[in-house]
Structure formats: structure tokens, C-alpha cells
Design a protein around this ligand. Structure first.
Ligand SMILES: [Zn+2]
Length: 459
């Protein structure tokens, strides 16, 4: 068995690993590289392997940095199966169609802007039709059901286990039954005891592990403090008569916020009559998928009769209904995308309320450099939004600890049954990867290798 590293090496984006075994070629994830537009286009447009040679793809989960370049692979000729869990298939279908729509709109906008320039016509990296062609290649397999892939008699089996990171997320184990070699790919690993999803279900035996290390060397704030912190922010804002704006990713973060607010309301920790709006059509559709895969939710969530519905919670539909919220004068909460305030409906809510000292912007976690969310988090007092400069007078707070990723210690506890395997670190910046390698060594693992793009290793 051989691993060829193609992506998410020394960075957290563009997950893509090629495995050669038993004369077959498999891909683990085909993620989009996210970053500056030109660099992202260049990296995503080409693959440094022969697409015609690929026998099967295994997808760990529905985040764009793991699945977002699949339509491009299919557009360039891949016609084989894409194995993933049924929930990942359902979620990824929505995510890819949404991403394709943004690609098409972006290209149309740039073409209009650069009509007379020398650059020529910009074509979207992939279209909605490419996304639909990709979705048709999904082959769902359930958790803990080893399945032969790459053709009957290949002797290559894949098993998926719940990674507790996002609905349907999986860690992957490949077994070559001819040689007995086993390889585990962690995908992204969630936090134990996090709201909404079940705990990560670890593998216990492997010869090699490809492990994420997003938060290597870091420790998250305890999850148990989050509901009280959130209630505090809600009540302060309501008492001032302001609006609470929560930018949130459509997948996972929105459903977690709704569940926690539901519990706070039931306990009387926040006003029972406070209107709460989820203002993101994609988040609304993804919430429906969570309802459909009820069995994958954790016990606490399943004990709630309907975790994603309660009085005064409204899923906002049309853009017109979204704009109508701007006329409201009483306190309310709005949860909207995008998670880093760069696009989506959160932007017009910010434009209407950041100047108001009674209102609060609650950023649920990490904001990437060069995003509007980061500028607000850093305390900028004047920001550009939808063509205007707006003074920032609202409260700006960050809710730490709601990460969908395990921290360094949690990840080591998750991998502990695999001590003795060779570890290859991916999906982490270099300082986090180095810290994680040192922590693994201290926990009794051998010295981990920080993978570099282009590396080939034998298992
Ligand atoms: Zn992820």
C-alpha cells in the first residue's frame, strides 16, 4: 500500500490523498483548496495524477475543503463511484449545488467587471450540472459495515466510523486483505460530548494513520460553559433593547446554536417570547437533513421532542422576508450565513445594526484573516459593507469552545488505540502539526511525519 499526498499538507484546506493498493488507485477526499482567488483557481483546476487511473473515491464528510473539488474531478472525466455515508451524500448534495451556484454567479460578476480587460472570459470552476453529475456518483455505505470497493474481488475493503464532526462525517479505514495492511484516515474529528452529534467512534487497529491536526497543541474552552455564556449575551442585548446577530456556518453551527437556544428557552434562562430567526435558505435545508437522520444525533438531542423547532423560532424564506426584519424595532436574534460575515444575509443585518450600541455581534469561533468577521473581531471601528462605510458601535463578542474539531489532547485520546501505527499529519498549519507531533511522541506514539505535498510513502 502506498500513500501519495496531494493536499491539506501543512495547511488546513484542500484535503486530497491518493492510495495505491492491490493494483488499484483510490482517493480519500477531493477537497477544494480555499484561499486567495487566483491561487485557489490554479490549485483546484488541475490534478497532479491521472484521473483515468482512479478506481474509487472515498469521501470523509461534506465540508468544502474535503468534498468541494469533486465536481471538477467529475467534469474532467472521473466516472467511478464516490463512497460516503448516506447522511454525507444528502448533505454534500446540497453543499455542492450551492457552491456551484456561487461559482456561476462569481464568474458572471467578474466577466461583467472585466469585460474589456485582456483576461478573457472567466468560466466557473464547475457548474450546477457538474455538481448534479457528481451527486449521481455517490454510493452510500453505512457506518461499521466493511464494504469491498474498486471492483468485486479487489480485496480492498473500506469501513466508515462516525467522526462526530458534522452530520454523516466519517473516519475511514482501508484494508488490503491480500497483504493484511490497514490504513486509517481520520478525516476531521469532532469534540467528545459536543452538542448535537454523537461522540467520535475510534478505530483500534491500523498499520498507518493519516491524521488531521487542526488544533494540535491547543486546548479548547470547556463545552459546559457555553450555554451560560450564550444566555448572558442574549440577556444583556435584550435588556438594552438591541438585536443579537450570530453569523454561523449553515452546516452544523446553525443547528447547534438552535439546539442550545431551544434548551435555554425551555429552562427560562432567556426570555420565552424572544423572536429568533434562522435566515439562511441553505441552513434551513440542512436542518431538514438533520431531522431526516435523527438516529445520528446524540442522546440529549433525541430526547428533545423536536430540537429544531419551538415557538418564536422562524426559518426565514425569501430575500424579501429577510429584508423585512430590518424594519423590526424590538429585540430579536438572527442566525445567518456566512460564518465569517463575508457574504450571505448576515451582511445586511450587520449593515443595519453594527452602528447601534444596543446590539451585539456574537462571533461563534475562529475568523480567518482578511474576512469582515476578523476585522470586526479585531475591533475595527469603521468597516466597508455593501458599498458603504459603517461605524461599529455594537458589542462584539466571541464564543469560544464551539469548535467542530477536537483539540490537541482530545485528538490524541481519540488516536490512542492506534499507538504503534506510523502517523502522517495533514490538515494543520506547521506550528500546530509540530506541536501535535511532539504531543504524540510524549503519548507513546513513534515520531509522526508532517506530510508534504508530493510525498510518497509505503505502508
Ligand atoms: Zn471538516
Amino acid at each position: 500500500m502506498e500513500i501519495h499526498f496531494h493536499g491539506a499538507c501543512r495547511t488546513v484546506t484542500g484535503s486530497l490523498h491518493e492510495i495505491r493498493a492491490a493494483g488499484k488507485v483510490l482517493l480519500l477526499d477531493v477537497g477544494a483548496f480555499q484561499g486567495r482567488r487566483e491561487e485557489a483557481r490554479r490549485i483546484n483546476a488541475t490534478f497532479d495524477f491521472d484521473i483515468a487511473s482512479v478506481d474509487a473515491v472515498v469521501l470523509s464528510h461534506a465540508h468544502a475543503d474535503h468534498c468541494g473539488n469533486l465536481p471538477n474531478l467529475v467534469k474532467q472525466g472521473y466516472a467511478g463511484p464516490i463512497f460516503c455515508t448516506p447522511a454525507t451524500a444528502a448533505v454534500t448534495a446540497l453543499m455542492l449545488v450551492d457552491a456551484a451556484k456561487i461559482q456561476e454567479e462569481d464568474a458572471a460578476y467578474l466577466n461583467q467587471k472585466t469585460e474589456k480587460s485582456w483576461q478573457g472570459e472567466i468560466v466557473p470552476l464547475f457548474t450546477r450540472q457538474d455538481a448534479i453529475d457528481t451527486i449521481e456518483r455517490f454510493v452510500p455505505i453505512a457506518y461499521r459495515k466493511p464494504t469491498e470497493i474498486a471492483g468485486a474481488g479487489s480485496g480492498l475493503f473500506v469501513e466508515l466510523r462516525d467522526a462526530g464532526h458534522t452530520l454523516g462525517s466519517a473516519a475511514v479505514r482501508l484494508t488490503d486483505t491480500r497483504t493484511g495492511k490497514r490504513l486509517v484516515f481520520t478525516g476531521d474529528v469532532g469534540r467528545p460530548n459536543a452538542p448535537l452529534l454523537q461522540n467520535p467512534d475510534p478505530f483500534s487497529e491500523a498499520n498507518a494513520v493519516i491524521s488531521e491536526c487542526t488544533y494540535g497543541g491547543k486546548t479548547h474552552a470547556p463545552m459546559s460553559e457555553i450555554p451560560a455564556l450564550l444566555a448572558g449575551v442574549v440577556n444583556q442585548t435584550v435588556n438594552r433593547g438591541g438585536v443579537l446577530m450570530i453569523p454561523a456556518f449553515a452546516l452544523g453551527r446553525t443547528q447547534v446554536m438552535v439546539e442550545i437556544l431551544h434548551q435555554l428557552r425551555d429552562r427560562g434562562a432567556i426570555p420565552r417570547n424572544l423572536p429568533i430567526y434562522v435566515d439562511s435558505p441553505l441552513a434551513t435545508r440542512l436542518t431538514d437533513v438533520h431531522r431526516k437522520f435523527y438516529d445520528l444525533l446524540d442522546e440529549e438531542t433525541r430526547r428533545m421532542l423536536d430540537p429544531f423547532d419551538f415557538p418564536n423560532l422562524t426559518y426565514v424564506g425569501t430575500p424579501q422576508e429577510s429584508r423585512e426584519l430590518n424594519a423590526r424595532r424590538d429585540p430579536f436574534i438572527v442566525i445567518a450565513g456566512s460564518g465569517m460575515c463575508e457574504s450571505g444575509r448576515i451582511v445586511h443585518h450587520l449593515k443595519h445594526h453594527v452602528h447601534d450600541p444596543r446590539s451585539t455581534l456574537l462571533l461563534p469561533g475562529y475568523q480567518a484573516a482578511n474576512t469582515l468577521g476578523r476585522r470586526l473581531q479585531d475591533g475595527e471601528k469603521l468597516v466597508w459593507m455593501l458599498g458603504d462605510r459603517i461605524p461599529v458601535r455594537c458589542g462584539v463578542q466571541t464564543l469560544q469552545g464551539l469548535s467542530a474539531h477536537a483539540d490537541g489532547g482530545e485528538l490524541i485520546r481519540y488516536c490512542k488505540p492506534l499507538r504503534g501505527a506510523s502517523v502522517y499529519l495533514v490538515h494543520g498549519e506547521v506550528p500546530q502539526a509540530e506541536a501535535h507531533a511532539a504531543a504524540l511522541a510524549a503519548a507513546g506514539f513513534g515520531m509522526a511525519t508532517i506530510a508534504t505535498r508530493g510525498d510518497v510513502v509505503a505502508v
